[in-house]
Design a protein around this ligand. Structure first.
Ligand SMILES: Nc1ncnc2c1ncn2[C@@H]1O[C@H](COP(=O)(O)OP(=O)(O)OP(=O)(O)O)[C@@H](O)[C@H]1O
Ligand SMILES: [Mg+2]
Length: 275
């Protein structure tokens, strides 16, 4: 199935490493595939290559749906201008190659690089997973340690703000930004509640939607080597048997996909229709 308006580009980004970008990206990619959508994936963290390797493991199974795949490594050119140009060209070429897909899922590294900034500017939807910790929240906003009130946006929120401005100036549709709490249940109840309040407050101030998020589930770690996702369990003959916690995890991943597919009204009106 192809889209007449070009793919919806879904970027998984957060400058904080290890927040669950690759984990969420692969669940969303395969979840959409399993809905019969055409999906391409682009790994911009080619050095680490988590998404690439995950899908390599997946390719070993017979009969599983596979997305089209691409990866871009950071340029090794010594001249920073030349390197940036080469990366921009590689990104445009990859996106052009996937022009017939409905969705391009872009996994990015947990660091601020030129390529990462470029990818953020291409996002129709930006999904930012954040571990349930004020250490991770610190990259989004500064918080008053005494009151836990949000004082103002911090480095990553400012990076997104800049990309949103660039897109607006270029006449692009606004980026639909979704912040997703990850590994819920890992922290104690008070921290969870305070994080929830801080995220909700920040969401209103800087404009993002809050996804219900993923629980702390061993299965998210275990699936990497199998190349399977929660959407394959029960369907793949050689995968682990389906357990209750897997069904709960699948519902969490499905809720994220549903949120991505239902952008807020202002994005829907100016941007592309979701599938
Ligand atoms: N909901 C979860 N439950 C349990 N483990 C999780 C969950 N989400 C992520 N993990 C684990 O946390 C680690 C980091 O996740 P992941 O690699 O997806 O993060 P990332 O943001 O892509 O990291 P990087 O910035 O290094 O690319 C991995 O070991 C992953 O299996
Ligand atoms: Mg990653």
């Amino acid at each position: 199935m192809t889209s007449p308006t070009g793919p919806k580009i879904i970027v998984f980004g957060n400058e904080k490493g290890g927040s669950g970008k690759s984990t969420a990206a692969v669940q969303v990619a395969i979840g959409l595939l399993r809905q019969g959508r055409s999906v391409a994936t682009l790994d911009l963290d080619a050095r680490q290559g988590t998404l690439t390797r995950y899908l390599d493991h997946r390719a070993a199974h017979k009969g599983l749906p596979m997305p089209a795949r691409g990866a871009i490594a950071q340029s090794r050119l010594s001249d920073s201008g030349e390197a940036a140009k080469a990366e921009a060209e590689a990104l445009d070429a990859a996106l052009a190659e996937f022009a017939g897909a409905e969705f391009v899922i872009v996994d990015t590294p947990g660091s601020d690089t030129k390529l990462n900034r470029l990818a953020h500017a291409k996002a129709d939807t930006l999904v930012t997973p954040i571990n349930d910790s004020f250490i991770d929240f610190d990259l989004l906003a500064r918080v008053d340690p005494a009151t836990r009130r949000v004082l103002g946006p911090s480095v990553y929120a400012e990076l997104v703000w800049e990309r949103r401005k660039e897109r607006a100036l270029a006449g692009g549709a606004p980026i639909d930004w979704i912040v997703m709490r990850n590994r819920l249940g890992h922290s104690e109840a008070r921290n969870r509640r305070e994080m929830g309040e801080a995220i909700d407050e920040l969401a209103k101030r800087i404009g993002f939607r809050v996804a219900p998020g993923f629980g702390e589930r061993v299965i998210f770690r275990e699936l990497f080597l199998t190349g399977l996702t929660l959407f394959d369990l029960g369907a793949a003959v050689d995968g682990p048997p389906l357990a209750m916690s897997h069904i709960a995890g699948r519902q969490e991943a499905r809720a994220l996909i549903d949120l991505i597919l239902a952008p807020p009204v202002h994005v829907r009106r100016q941007g592309r229709q979701a599938g």
